[in-house]
Design a protein around this ligand. Structure first.
Ligand SMILES: [Zn+2]
Length: 307
């Protein structure tokens, strides 16, 4: 039997990533470009990437999946709101994609696609339920329950980054206050350090990480504060869903135990001990490729391709 492939696109943040994935989750082709802002330019980039993938494919391409940052409505089949790409909001993307893509197309939220990628081909393989938290400039998340991606009634599930962990916390760009994302993402580590030291020359969480490793008390405290709120968030997830695994991905994973150690300790204090004991909190495995691998696997599920 000829092996077949599925194409995955991850339209999130500042980069547009794409690749060709085989049935075992291996990326056989991949590329990335800086994301344009205008809709016509985004479509032109997608068309070029699609034809390039197809041309280089070692076998037939059966389906094409897209993970997009924003609220994708399962019922209206369009993006209702995209914080990074205002031109995508309300745009009927599928008819536009169909003008050049002639295989089944599936679209989902980028964080949900990443969770599906880890579930099918990453650190979540074999698990029946898991939650992926991707912690970087924001916090994205996706939920797998009973072996299936839980998208919610309308497609908006898994916004764990916007659960309140500090009722008196800073305003969040979602309109809320003290969200997990405002209290525990990478920019907050930097803001904590700046507030504690008055040093505005430190602008990257990696710098704070280096300082913390060297024993800088303010840098250690900056991480400890974020870990505290991350732990509260993890505790809520454990009590609510009783998941088999929670996977942590994103840039801050490189901080390792500095962040995750105290966060897990806090989660233990904040969740039921039996549920906590049954949940493994681990690092995600696919890194920046999780979204496009997941989008391809998600599209394959729809297309029902086997080869
Ligand atoms: Zn929020």
């Amino acid at each position: 039997m000829t092996a077949s492939y599925d194409a995955g696109f991850d339209i999130g943040g500042t980069r547009l990533k794409y690749g060709l994935v085989d049935r075992d989750g291996r990326l056989v082709q991949k590329g990335k470009v800086r994301s344009p802002e205008a809709m016509a330019d985004i479509l032109a980039v997608l068309e070029q990437a699609w034809f390039s993938l197809r041309k280089k494919a070692p076998g037939p391409v059966r389906s094409c999946g897209f993970g997009i940052a924003g609220f994708y409505s399962l019922k209206e089949r369009k993006i209702l709101q995209s914080p990074n790409y205002p031109s995508l909001s309300g745009y009927p993307l599928i008819p536009a994609l169909r003008t050049f893509i002639d295989v089944p197309i599936r679209i989902g939220n980028d964080a949900n696609m990443a969770a599906y990628g880890e579930f099918k081909h990453g650190a979540g393989r074999g698990a029946r339920s898991l939650v992926l938290l991707t912690i970087g400039t924001g916090i994205g998340s996706g939920i797998i329950l009973g072996g299936k991606l839980w998208e919610g009634e309308g497609g908006y599930a898994g916004e764990i980054g916007h659960i309140t962990v500090n009722p008196e916390g800073e305003p969040c760009n979602c309109g809320g206050r003290g969200c997990l994302e405002t209290e525990a993402s990478a920019p907050r580590i930097v803001r904590n350090y700046q507030a504690l030291t008055g040093r505005t020359d430190v602008t990257d969480s990696r710098e704070v990480f280096v300082l913390a490793k060297a024993g800088d008390a303010a840098a250690l405290e900056s991480f400890r504060k974020c870990a505290y709120y991350l732990g509260i968030g993890l505790g809520i997830v454990i009590n609510l869903l009783n998941p088999e695994k929670i996977l942590i991905g994103g840039g801050v994973v490189s901080a390792g135990r500095l962040l995750l150690g105290p966060a897990v300790d806090e989660a233990r204090r904040r969740s039921h001990r039996i549920s906590f004991a049954g949940c493994r909190i681990e690092k995600a495995a696919l890194g920046n490729d999780a979204g496009l691998v997941g989008a391809a696997a998600w599209a394959r599920l729809k297309a029902g391709s086997r080869g």
